[in-house]
Design a protein around this ligand. Structure first.
Ligand code: FES
Length: 92
């Protein structure tokens, strides 16, 4: 997927009540969340520790080339290593 295709997806951070649009200034959903003022937990930032794990309420995502220890369920996402592939609602 090209960067152009990803540009503009709306990401809603449900617990925080904040919304942001995916843009080319950030590389991960964690970065987008932090830029939007969401208090998201993180530690390793490399898809290993699961500190950043949040529930996916709606939408799809991708880890791209990131080598992550992915959760078994598609309902959970490691936001430190993921990008949206649709509009999303996540529980953070
Ligand atoms: S911060 Fe460790 S898996 Fe995301």
């Amino acid at each position: 997927m090209s960067d152009q295709d990803k540009n503009g997806f709306k990401v809603e951070f449900k617990k925080s009540g904040l919304t942001a649009h995916w843009n080319l200034n950030v590389e991960t959903l964690l970065e987008l969340a932090e830029d939007a003022g969401v208090a998201a937990d993180s530690s390793c930032q490399s898809g290993t520790c699961h500190t950043c794990l949040v529930k996916v309420i709606e939408g799809t995502f991708d880890y791209g080339e990131n080598d992550v220890f992915a959760p078994e369920s598609d309902d959970e996402i490691l936001i430190c290593s993921a990008v949206p592939t649709s509009n999303m609602v996540i529980d953070v």
